[in-house]
Write a protein that binds this ligand. Structure first.
Ligand code: HEM
Length: 446
């Protein structure tokens, strides 16, 4: 345990800690049950975990990781709401998230720096669990860092909730962090959308990603409560652009795999917004269900006309190779556009949207099967896959990028016959924490 503490100060060594969290942290040294002590001996052994450069992504830096980082195999998205109205609780939780996040990203086992909040316990259960163990749950023990990245974001509710400026930062809300408009055809489930505090945990091992979310969520479950989670996956890296569930390469253009040349003018926030966001970015999340049953019935040539690219090679229609330029003027012998007027890539491409660029970092998801009511009447209403795309796009200004592009797509994209947006979120992703003692959100709250 001593070795572990050297890396992760328990709550009673951290500044600004209150009496109730002292009690929780003191459980091990005070009334420490035999089982707890044994667990801590085990944990201290695991800190020798062999992390290599190849399986560790940097946690500290000017920008948060998980934005342009090469896509990992697994993602767990988690969104939280604050039940507290105390600014001190928010800053304390962000400090603890940062310290624990850094430890997790380096593959260490952790003591969870529990925090009870400054107010009264929310209910009898919260009061009874004040003496919870801070021990690592051990479900990711000895698995290594697995390229874990943790990306933290602030939803609009962090700034104003139900018209109230809960934390005294309403005037710091960036203009770029708009409330997303409603788009034609969407069927948004609010219970799995939005949230005050957002977390994207990505790793090459599913249990490492989930363990990270679970450990951060344990810090103060009665002060910042889980709103929703969503799992996603990306195929093994075969050296090329990964394919989505439609079978098409996804990420050829405007993605973290092939990002725009100048990230400062397209992705990272700069002088156009508030100082506290400099080096940050804005994330738009959409969970988009794909009607795979119907898609799988469509002839491949028709599928290619929907996307505007060839299925196997990923080349734009009319070209031979994946990375060939798209010729939007080319016509076939009958005078039809080779890349159809309603194809996805024509409508989404920056050259047709006033240069709107975004870094897409998509994952697929599979939530099993659900009885769906299809929005296209000729199609059978039946038990269908709830599977599709977790669309995650990072950009400097969602008004100029995601909203501009999606307004066009929602009206005219041939892909709409097969896709429905069912969950949504927009988050300000603040700049990274620079090193030990710094914390994500410091620029906003200090
Ligand atoms: C289930 C929904 C979606 C699927 C299956 C999908 C799939 C694809 C595919 C296969 C490509 C071509 C390969 C590539 O360039 O990566 C592509 C390109 C692209 N998509 Fe999507 N997409 C979806 C939703 C969206 C949404 C909602 C947006 C933005 C509002 C979007 C923006 C883009 C952009 C910007 C490109 C690159 C266009 C270019 O510059 O060539 N996509 N998408």
């Amino acid at each position: 345990m001593a070795g572990d503490q050297a890396h992760h100060p328990p709550p009673n060594r951290r500044a600004g800690v209150n009496r109730r969290s002292l009690l929780a942290g003191g459980l091990l040294v005070g009334t420490g049950a035999a089982a707890g002590v044994a667990t801590d001996r085990m944990i201290s052994g695991s800190t020798t975990n062999a992390a290599t450069r190849a399986d560790t992504e940097p946690f500290w830096g000017a920008h948060q990781s998980g934005v342009i980082t090469d896509t990992q195999r697994h993602v767990v998205l988690a969104s939280f709401d604050f039940t507290t109205t105390e600014r001190a609780d928010v800053t304390e939780i962000l400090k603890r998230w940062t310290a624990l996040g850094a430890a997790l990203a380096s593959g260490q086992s952790v003591q969870v720096p529990l925090y009870q909040g400054t107010g009264q316990p929310a209910d009898a259960y919260a009061a009874a669990t004040a003496r919870a163990t801070p021990s690592d749950s051990l479900d990711a023990w000895q698995l290594g860092p697995q390229r874990l990245t943790l990306t933290v974001g602030f939803g609009p509710g962090m700034f104003t909730k139900d018209g109230r400026d809960r934390f005294g930062i309403a005037d710091k809300r960036p203009r770029q962090l708009v409330d997303l408009p409603r788009f034609p055809g969407e069927q948004i489930d609010e219970t799995v959308s939005g949230g005050d505090l957002f977390l994207q945990a990505c790793a090459d091992d599913p249990q490492v990603a989930f363990h990270a979310v679970r450990s951060l969520a344990r810090i103060a479950p009665d002060v910042v409560t889980l709103r929703w989670t969503q799992l996603g996956f990306s195929p093994a890296n075969t050296g090329g652009t990964p394919r989505n569930l439609m079978g098409f390469k996804d990420g050829t253009a405007n993605s973290n795999a092939h990002p725009p040349a100048d990230l400062d003018s397209t992705v990272w926030a700069g002088a156009e917004g508030p100082d506290w966001m400099r080096g940050g970015t804005y994330l738009v999340y959409r969970r988009i269900r794909i009607s795979l049953e119907h898609w799988d019935r469509l002839q491949v040539a028709q599928q290619e006309r929907v996307i505007g690219r060839q299925k196997v090679s990923g080349a734009p229609l009319g070209s031979a190779h994946e990375f060939d330029a798209k010729d939007f003027n080319a016509k076939d012998t009958q005078g039809n556009m080779v890349i159809p007027a309603d194809s996805h890539v024509r409508l989404a491409a920056p050259e047709n949207n006033n240069g709107a660029v975004m870094v897409r970092r998509a994952f697929s998801y599979n939530n099993g099967t659900t009885p769906f009511t299809e929005r296209w009447p000729p199609w059978r209403q039946a038990l269908e896959y709830d599977a599709g795309l977790l669309f995650l796009a990072y950009q400097k200004d969602p008004r100029a990028s995601f909203i501009t592009v999606n307004q066009r797509l929602a009206l005219n994209d041939a892909l709409n016959q097969f896709t429905t947006h069912t969950a949504t979120g927009i988050y300000a992703i603040p700049p990274g924490a620079r090193g030990d003692g710094d914390w994500i959100g410091r620029t906003l709250f200090s």
